[in-house]
Design a protein around this ligand. Sequence first.
Ligand code: PDD
Length: 277
Amino acid sequence: NHILTENDFIEQDDLRYPFEERGLQFGDGIYEVIRVYDGKYYLIDEHVGRLYRSAAAVKINVPYKKEDMYKRLDELLEKNGVEGDAKVYLQITRGSAPRDHAFPADTDANLYAYVKDLPRPTELMREGVTAITQDDVRWDWCYIKSLNLLPNVLAKQAAKEQGSFEAILHKNGEVTECSSSNVYYVRDGSVYTHPAKKNILHGCVRMRIEAFCNQENIEFNEAPFLVEDIQYADELFLSSSTAEVMPILKVDGQTVGDGTPGPVTRTLQKCYEQEAG
Ligand code: PDD
């Protein structure tokens, strides 16, 4: 397995991290998960754009210029002979230096990226999933795709322990997003989702959902909904680069709508399929 680092490609087993590394010690870094279909990137500009925005927001210097990053990411797929469906995980940390909360002077960022096969979640998308609700205890800057994922990890684990696929996060009852996806409420044919403010991740698939809604004359409202509104939803779905467009059929054990994937969700799944698949 060839992985990309801040310098060049190396074999996976040759990756070594010094014992003082800011990603490990502080979660001082950022990341992206990029989808690959049939050996080609999907929404690559959106992901690369967000990567540089995250980096700038936390003052990390990306080791590659944008045009080189595109080239390197293409090489990653070539070198690993990727022809099918996969995901690329890429992370950049502030680097290695004696432990100190303040930034070390002149430390180069560490980067690594690898690719893994990932089939599309076809069956789950057809059948739908269940979710639970959890307090959103994260910080205010969730638009930065930061390596600090402990609240997300704990929320997802709680979902897993209750046999659910995702945790829907809310701040004082107002739904923000999920532990690793964006979430949408459908009522009377219109879609509602939390505005792309600083307190949610601006999902790359979310941008496409908005575009698909416009294309299909489905009203797309950047207006938050409440946990207590879920009982009145006709449909609920989530989106991410790995889960695509996923119907949610139950929340905290309560059936959503009629308990089957609804027409708006199905339409958006079709749009996604046409563009990506
Ligand atoms: N997660 N919200 C959060 C908190 C996320 O972690 C993600 C993605 C999304 C959806 O973003 P996008 O549409 O750009 O994939 C929303 C990735 C898949 C992960 O952490 O594995």
